[in-house]
Design a protein around this ligand. Sequence first.
Ligand code: SF4
Length: 282
Amino acid sequence: MTRELITSAQNTWCPGCGNFALQHTLKNLLSDRLREGKSLDDVVLVSGIGCHAKIADYLNINSFYSLHGRAIPAATAIKLANPALTVICCVGDGDAYAEGLDHLIFAAKRNIDITVIVHNNRVYGLTTGQYTPTSPLGFKGKSTPSGTAEYPINPIELLLASGGSFIARGYTRKMEPLKALIKAAVDHKGFSFIDVLQICATFFPAADYYDSRVYDLPASDKLSFETACTHAREWDYNSDARIALGIIYERSIPTFDDRMITLRLSKEVRERALRVFCETRT
Ligand code: SF4
């Protein structure tokens, strides 16, 4: 049975927007899943608010359109309610690094088994071009006509400090490596995070800047935490250094959802033991 994975909803992304690359990368991954005989019934897409979030309208898959900055707690709740689900959470840089930053840090700290894909275009596109936490110093937009006066945050460094167990960076103009990254993130048992450099064709067309600086990390190398920190600091979103793409850090640790199941089970075991004890006493 074939399944149309792109919906008939009118697409309102600007021509040249990097969101198309993410949409088609996800569509190709879902198609692969169907070809392998797997169902899409156990996959849920959660989005935030922003240009990126329309992906929930454009992909024919179970989805939940959340509030601004609140996609990660919604995704966390979905995973805890049904741990068998594969939960993919698409968020914007405003969503993840401003309004919902605390949720991102705590999801990494807990190691909840969800995948967070940040469509990082480094600008608020939907509201026509205000600066975000990853806009470079001096960025001129609607709210900062003379340029920003603050440095951007470094999300890779932040996630390393927060205890993330899978931390990667992708680029919308490199779709095949991006697909491999998202597949590895979904397959990772635990919290997986991909910061995707997404071109905003209208308010931050940075393709030339990225094209001349990105390079691929060797796929076979598992990097130490110290080396990952070095790669994270190579580019602080403001300098002219090279930009590493690929899996920057990965480790295997118990997940929050597994721990919660164990706690629930042990509570049930305790309650059953108490019931048996009470029954034998009467
Ligand atoms: Fe894409 Fe930017 Fe247009 Fe939004 S404003 S749809 S991010 S190109």
